[in-house]
Design a protein around this ligand. Structure first.
Ligand SMILES: NC(=O)c1ccc[n+]([C@@H]2O[C@H](COP(=O)([O-])OP(=O)(O)OC[C@H]3O[C@@H](n4cnc5c(N)ncnc54)[C@H](OP(=O)(O)O)[C@@H]3O)[C@@H](O)[C@H]2O)c1
Length: 253
């Protein structure tokens, strides 16, 4: 349930806001008064997302393309003059067991989930002032053994470290930096695994649910609730936190 107005007139940028968790966050921020600007790559889902968020802006920009990100932030500076909340949520999934892991797949995952996200944070800092907040989407896959998760898990583990580095170096600027690490969440990500047909996805889903003490997938809205909390003044004494939203999977699974 929305808390009404934690983000009134706040300028919120959601990187990866046209689907799943990012879309639920963008909708949640806007429902509490934020001026939302979201990104993704797919122009069709960006248009569909914007249709659900009156007044929001959106742009197709690949987080792995650092020059495109520079141009995006230049536009945000011109339109909004700054950023109060940055959600770095863009990410790709996929599995590759060690024997099938290729350098190309490793590089693709890391270019988006680690390198792209890190420089997206670095570049945004120039637009952020005292009291601003960054929230990063990690994953319990960055902390736990999951078969086939080496490339993805290593990138998310690196991102968790990056979050702490940013939190430490940004304290003196009064910018808080935190992470939300979801467990299995019902989003389109599950259906984007290359080479997996519907039956394989259903099997994967059952496997994931079995690993969650609450015996269900989480919802994008449940992750958004945690993201909005960390981005809000309610979390004013919290920085460098990594909040698991995983039905207990990491600690008691
Ligand atoms: N669902 C889960 O079980 C789960 C669990 C743990 C962590 N996560 C993390 O949660 C985040 C959101 O995932 P989701 O589950 O909501 O999946 P999703 O529905 O597939 O959303 C992924 C988002 O990231 C964007 N994105 C991907 N690559 C991008 C790129 N190169 N440049 C810009 N945007 C890009 C996508 O936009 P386009 O579609 O336009 O590319 C989309 O908005 C990801 O970081 C993911 O790793 C998810």
């Amino acid at each position: 349930m929305a808390r009404a107005d934690r983000f009134t007139a706040k300028r919120v940028v959601v990187l990866g806001g046209n689907s799943g968790i990012g879309l639920a966050c963008a909708q949640g921020f806007a429902a509490e008064g934020a001026r939302v600007c979201l990104t993704g790559r797919n122009p069709e889902t960006i248009a569909a997302a914007l249709a659900t968020i009156p007044g929001a802006r959106g742009e197709s920009v690949d987080i792995a393309d650092l020059a495109a990100m520079d141009a995006f932030y230049a536009g945000v500076a011109q339109e909004e003059g700054g950023i109060d909340v940055l959600l770095v949520n863009a990410g790709m999934g996929g599995f590759a067991l060690i024997d099938t892991l290729t350098p190309d797949y490793w590089d693709e995952v890391h270019a988006i989930n680690l390198r792209g996200c890190v420089f997206a944070m670095q570049k945004a800092l120039a637009l952020m002032g005292e009291g601003a907040a960054i929230v990063v989407t990690g994953s319990i896959g960055g902390h736990a053994f999951v078969p086939g998760n080496l490339a993805y898990g290593a990138a998310k583990a690196g991102l968790a470290l990056a979050m702490r580095q940013f939190a430490g170096e940004c304290v003196r600027r009064a910018i808080r930096v935190n992470m939300v690490s979801p467990g299995p969440i019902e989003t389109p990500l599950l259906y984007r695994n290359p080479g997996m047909d519907e039956r394989a996805v259903a099997g994967l889903r059952e496997q994931m649910i079995a690993a969650v003490p609450m015996r269900r997938m989480g919802t994008a809205r449940e992750v958004a609730d945690a993201v909005l909390f960390l981005a809000s003044h309610e979390a004013s004494f919290i920085t460098a936190a990594n909040l698991m939203v995983d039905g207990g999977a990491l600690e008691i699974g």
